[in-house]
Design a protein around this ligand. Structure first.
Ligand code: BDR
Ligand code: CA
Length: 313
């Protein structure tokens, strides 16, 4: 398999953090050109800082981290401190980062990278609201056809919603941006709640991270210990859904996942169902397929991969 060049667009968040660690631990498959932070789980000032904390935890302070949009294209920012804690990465005691934030704006980095790399060689990996990606597409429409693929975490069909009864957080925070991305014509792979709610951080799985005995393994276990309390309390599940690492695991081993190539549209007007991903899973309409919408994963294979890769850091 050849190395895939990616930009990780993210709002860390403990699950974003594990996704970044997985990518940085997998240089044979993944070349991280840069990490672009967006407002989401917590405000931008924290997400960009958290991205740098995670790069330092991984022992990769040379990774370029950029700050992007402070809030959605329309409306005000909705955050998720109730899930992730007040700094977004609650759990371990991590030092303030010393590696620099890049001067360039994340949007311009995305645009410049897609213009300078050969067409069809850069994959975008959004792990948060799609504000940065859609803003870049609106500012520089010429880059859209240069994107190799977008592999994102967001949306839901059978699992419906986690922030409202009808919507998943990343799409709900910026439905306009999601609508632009899903209508862009770029090939999209979606990791919705239908998949991520099967990737649960059960005790044996988190203990396996801790048992690595490394700084990264122990910090990951501590992050997930904190992260899971919300879902265990709310849903009575055996752990938290490890949403965002599904995106990176797909790049390393797509066979862990299965789904359907279908039409997915975003609700942008109804107050009741704002941000819903209307996924034509059953092929009821003749609307053209625009996304590979995943529905299942090999959860044990996914956690085995994570444990093996985190052990490399
Ligand atoms: C998504 O929302 C965030 O809280 C997580 O980091 C994930 O990207 C799940 O709905
Ligand atoms: Ca996220």
């Amino acid at each position: 398999m050849s190395t895939r060049k990616i930009i990780i667009d993210t709002d860390p968040g403990q699950d974003d953090a594990v996704a970044i660690l997985l990518a940085l631990a997998s240089p044979e498959e993944i070349d991280v050109l840069g990490i672009t932070a967006v407002a989401g789980n917590v405000p931008l000032s924290l997400t960009e800082k958290n991205a740098r904390k995670i790069c330092e935890l991984a022992g990769k302070p040379d990774v370029k981290v950029f700050a992007g949009c402070k809030g959605p294209m329309n409306g005000t920012l909705v955050t998720a401190e109730h899930v992730h804690g007040d700094n977004g990465l609650n759990g371990p005691d991590m030092p303030e980062p010393t590696m620099p934030l890049q001067d360039q704006d994340a949007i311009d980095f995305i645009i410049d990278t897609l213009r300078s790399e050969p067409a069809g060689t850069v994959t975008l990996c959004p792990l948060g609201p799609l504000t940065n990606i859609a803003t870049a597409f609106e500012k520089a429409p010429d880059i859209v056809e240069k994107v190799q693929e977008i592999v994102l975490m967001g949306g839901a069909y059978f699992e419906v919603g986690n922030v409202t009864p009808a919507a998943e957080f990343n799409i709900y925070v910026d439905p306009k941006a999601a609508d632009i991305v899903f209508k862009s014509g770029v090939g999209i792979v979606v990791m919705p709640l239908d998949v991520t709610h099967k990737a649960l951080t059960t005790k044996p799985r988190v203990d396996a991270f801790r048992a690595l005995g490394t700084e990264t393994g122990i910090a990951t276990a501590e992050m997930l210990d904190f992260f899971e309390r919300y879902d265990v309390e709310k849903y009575g599940s055996k752990g938290a859904p490890l949403h965002d690492p599904c995106v990176i695991a797909y790049l390393i081993n797509p066979e862990l996942f299965s789904g359907r190539h279908i039409n997915v549209e975003i609700e942008t007007t109804s107050p009741l169902t704002m941000g819903m991903t209307v996924a034509d899973w059953w092929g009821i309409t003749d609307r053209p397929a625009n996304a590979m919408f995943m529905g299942d994963l090999d959860a044990d294979g996914f956690f085995d991969l994570l444990t093996e890769r985190l052990g490399r850091l």
